[in-house]
Design a protein around this ligand. Structure first.
Ligand SMILES: N[C@H](CCC[C@H](N)C(=O)O)C(=O)O
Length: 300
């Protein structure tokens, strides 16, 4: 299908998101368009959230998620908050139900502008994450990087939040680790047949964590919502914190925290901000785009 569609450049705690409006069309944003958009500094992004017409009754939209290398992601917490903000400013509505390949997501915008997304239930079974080796206990698996007798990172907690995550617990600031070097090695480790998002997490109090993430298919990003969910769940699961934590996403420019609550019904609810930057039109086949003109500021 030819033609251009509306899109918005947004961010969730610095996680760079393009929200593309594919409603009314039957095609998809192509991996080629994703790669082209990521190559231009103006539109460089971590995830594209493509809003499609709903496929199931009771849902408001089907969301397709692409990483900056053109690959697909099953979940994106920060991007989902951006979609909520975009649709809320379009419609005035505050609650939405989305469908993705990972299932149904309920989301809500609050009075203060923050947005909560129910990210669903965490999955701990080794073959569902998936891992390539059987582990009965996925709260701490055998995997390490660095010298055998003095590993730099080891024994991650692994789980799926719709997408695969490995959480390495560290006892100093995650910013002090060379994640740019270890991230790609761990993302592509044979343990993870579908690769994995790699997070360093530090416990900073009984109710708070500090995290930094190397994202599958996107690399070092300023923030990753589903990884924050995975870190919160893993912390509670291993007795490091309770089931409600605030997460200081170490690389996020605003330093506004994300709140993660692993509810008694097993659902993980993430609350945090989303920010619109600018809008334009994009060809979802080629990635060619134009930016809408900024409103003129007149001085009389
Ligand atoms: N930035 C996203 C996660 C993207 C995950 C993606 N990199 C993958 O699973 O392939 C978030 O806020 O949850």
């Amino acid at each position: 299908m030819a033609g251009q569609v509306e899109f918005a450049r947004m961010n969730g705690l610095g996680n760079k998101i393009l929200v593309v409006d594919m409603r009314g069309r039957t095609d998809k944003v192509t991996p080629e368009a994703a790669v082209a958009l990521n190559a231009d500094p103006a539109t460089q992004f971590d995830q594209i959230m493509a809003i499609h017409d709903p496929k199931a009754q009771g849902t408001d939209a089907w969301i397709d998620i692409l990483n900056s290398d053109g690959s697909k992601a099953q979940a994106c917490g920060n991007g989902t908050r951006c979609v909520v903000q975009a649709l809320s400013s379009e419609t005035g509505r505050k609650t939405f139900t989305f469908q993705t390949v990972a299932g149904i997501l309920n989301a809500q915008e609050h009075e203060d502008g923050t947005i909560s997304v129910d990210m669903g239930k965490p999955v701990f079974a080794w073959d569902k994450i998936p891992l390539s080796e059987e582990f009965f206990d996925t709260s701490r698996i055998e995997l390490q990087i660095g010298p055998i007798d003095a590993p730099i990172l080891h024994s991650p907690a692994v789980m799926s939040m719709g997408n695969p995550h490995a959480i390495f617990w560290v006892d100093k600031d995650p910013m002090t680790f060379d994640l740019e070097r270890f991230g790609p090695l761990l993302e592509n480790h044979p343990m993870f047949p579908e690769k994995a998002n790699i997070t360093l997490a530090q416990v900073t109090s009984d109710t708070s964590l500090r995290t930094r993430t190397w994202e599958r298919g996107a690399g070092l990003t300023l923030a990753c919502g589903s990884a924050a969910c995975a870190a919160g769940v893993s912390a509670a699961r291993t007795g490091r914190t309770g089931r409600r934590v605030t997460i200081d996403v170490a690389s996020a420019p605003s330093r506004q925290p994300l709140t993660i609550e692993w509810r008694d019904n097993d659902h993980v609810v993430m609350t945090g901000p989303a920010e619109w930057e600018w809008s334009g039109k994009v060809d979802p086949v080629t990635g060619t785009f134009i930016r809408d003109a900024e409103p003129e500021v007149r001085v009389n």
